[in-house]
Design a binder for this molecule. Structure first.
Ligand SMILES: Nc1ncnc2c1ncn2[C@@H]1O[C@H](COP(=O)(O)OP(=O)(O)OP(=O)(O)O)[C@@H](O)[C@H]1O
Ligand SMILES: [Mg+2]
Length: 285
């Protein structure tokens, strides 16, 4: 087990009239290689939760274990090598004079030779599809998509075990969104990085995650595979969430047309397309 959260609670502005309990007795576990989707409506505590994983926030109550070591009191610097963190608008994290320097920033304390540093920067840039010919440019010369790639490269250059993406696709068009999430898939597959994706989109969570954590008012409401979580549509609706439309459609079709052996666990357009092509090809008859 890679990350274990035990009875985590956190309150903002404790002892003031603005006191707000953002996390209330949260417990769960994440295994190495998981792609975890954290979902829930605005203000339910998603960002507060993940900011505990890299030392940005410290628990009021409860414990966080990374590789069985308690990290309650570890600071951001110490955790940077283990937990990479991409914020909502990651390009705002860029501030050096060239893209190269930005990507290499976190390596400053690693005491690497110039060659080793260069190798790490190029590897990270390649991993996110950043155009290497732009490395010596100022970040201000880059397109939105390239900026975002550069920012993510600056996080994964540390070779983290976990990559936390907090709404990484905010403000991007659907193509840009798919691109970012496809990088995450690639990083998981090729480098074994565990991915934690905070998202408002059930579609994205269904498409990418093998484990879904549904948050509601600072608590874990549901946890499990997408199939298990989407099964309880009523419970999701009660807390203002839905299931992907395609999941509802295929569930209804599977009941109405049992003769076609329709897979009830179809949650994405891609899965639906594959299924329909197989069906039209006659394999399911
Ligand atoms: N710095 C802060 N000071 C005081 N209250 C805060 C602070 N940050 C968040 N909160 C409050 O804590 C609760 C949880 O906020 P959080 O940002 O974790 O939610 P979220 O699920 O990430 O929401 P969103 O989907 O909008 O990003 C909210 O009620 C929010 O108003
Ligand atoms: Mg948030």
């Amino acid at each position: 087990m890679l990350l274990r959260i035990e009875h985590l609670s956190y309150t903002y502005m404790k002892g003031t009239p603005f006191e707000k309990k953002a996390l209330d007795d949260v417990s769960f576990e994440i295994d190495k290689g998981d792609f975890v989707g954290i979902i829930g409506h605005t203000g339910c505590g998603k960002s507060t939760l993940v900011q505990h994983f890299n030392g940005l926030l410290k628990p009021d109550e409860g414990n966080i274990f990374l590789n069985e070591q308690c990290i309650n009191n570890s600071n951001i610097k110490a955790l940077r090598k283990s937990v990479g963190f991409v914020f909502q608008y990651p390009e705002h994290q860029l501030f050096e004079s060239t893209v190269y320097k930005d990507i290499a920033f976190g390596l400053k304390n690693e005491k690497l030779s110039k060659e080793e540093e260069q190798q790490r920067v190029i590897q990270a840039a390649n991993a996110v599809g950043f155009d290497l010919s732009l490395l010596e440019n100022s970040i201000y010369d880059l397109s939105g998509g390239q900026k975002r790639r550069a920012a993510i490269a600056g996080v994964i250059v540390m070779n983290p075990q976990i990559l936390v993406l907090d709404e990484p696709a905010a403000g991007l068009d659907p193509l840009g969104r798919d691109e970012i999430l496809d990088f995450a898939v690639k990083l998981r597959k090729e480098y074994g990085i565990t991915i934690i994706l905070v998202s408002h989109s059930m579609e994205d969570v269904a498409k990418y995650a093998n484990k879904v954590i549904v948050m509601n008012e600072g608590k874990v409401e549901m946890i499990g595979s997408p199939g298990k979580v989407f099964e309880d549509e009523d419970r999701l609706r009660k807390i203002g969430l839905g299931v992907p439309q395609i999941a509802t459609l295929f569930k209804k079709l599977s009941v109405a047309y049992p003769q076609y052996n329709i897979d009830r666990e179809i949650f994405t357009v891609e899965e639906a397309t594959r299924f329909l092509l197989r069906l039209l090809g006659g394999e399911n008859k």
